[in-house]
Write a new protein. Structure first.
Length: 255
């Protein structure tokens, strides 16, 4: 009787141990699959000089001297004007906040897919109207240039915080996917021939087989440059920020 009870008890323990090991293995496999799934997009070093220090200096100095906030007009008007003949070149090469996303936050971001709804025309139009409405309301209470500067400074600070949070939830350039000035730049960017002489374009070789999709992996805007492979006109998608990372990764893998 004693031996029978002992055998039964040992078998129960063995079965439970086996089930526990199976559950643990299954859980580890699921975690590994999730980890691999979110690693499609990744960080890629950005060439050139860092410009994010301009943003930091602006926020610090603007706290003490509100009139400095008016400098933000440069980064509001600049991208729209240059986009007329160069596309969203400003966003990928001149924008200090964009530099912060690519050079700093990209190293620590999970690089998850950017939600599609924030790219939709309806949401982007809403953001343009919302931001400019907030500008208008706050400016209506301004009584001096310092007050006007404080309005610009506050908007830049708020949107920067939102952009940083989104960088750690999704991807570094999530904010850029629906940034009001980026949206307006998209509207005025060249989308068909004939293109302006100064237009900066991305060309994908006809030899591309779309198998590696490395160009899409390193694209900060999570676009698909390989869609234009072999086309003489190049990649004309209006949200392309002309950073050139897709061509850089292609050249590095050919070596």
């Amino acid at each position: 009787m004693y031996l029978s009870f002992s055998s039964y008890f040992c078998n129960r323990i063995r079965n439970h141990s086996h089930k526990w090991v199976q559950m643990k293995t299954k859980s580890e496999n699921i975690m590994e699959q999730k980890k691999n799934k979110k690693l499609f997009h990744r960080h890629f070093e950005t060439p050139g000089r860092p410009l994010y220090w301009i943003l930091f200096a602006y926020l610090v100095v603007g706290w003490f001297y509100p009139a400095i906030g008016l400098v933000a007009l440069i980064c509001m008007i600049g991208p729209v004007l240059t986009s007329i003949w160069r596309g969203r070149f400003w966003c990928g090469h001149v924008c200090p906040r964009g530099s912060m996303y690519d050079r700093l936050l990209s190293r620590y971001s999970p690089h998850k897919p950017i939600p599609q709804f924030v790219r939709s025309s309806g949401f982007r139009l809403f953001m343009v109207l919302f931001i400019f409405t907030m500008f208008g309301i706050q400016l209506s209470f301004a009584k001096s240039w310092s007050d006007v500067g404080r309005v610009f400074w506050t908007i830049i600070l708020t949107t920067t915080i939102v952009g940083i949070i989104l960088s750690f939830i999704y991807a570094p350039r999530t904010w850029c996917s629906f940034c009001p000035m980026g949206t307006i730049s998209r509207w005025v960017a060249p989308k068909k021939l004939p293109l302006p002489k100064a237009f900066t374009n991305i060309h994908v070789s006809s030899a591309c087989q779309m198998k590696c999709k490395s160009c899409a992996r390193v694209c900060p805007m999570q676009l698909t440059p390989y869609d234009s492979r072999g086309e003489a006109v190049g990649y004309l998608y209006p949200d392309c920020i002309k950073c050139g990372k897709c061509t850089m990764i292609s050249r590095s893998e050919e070596r």
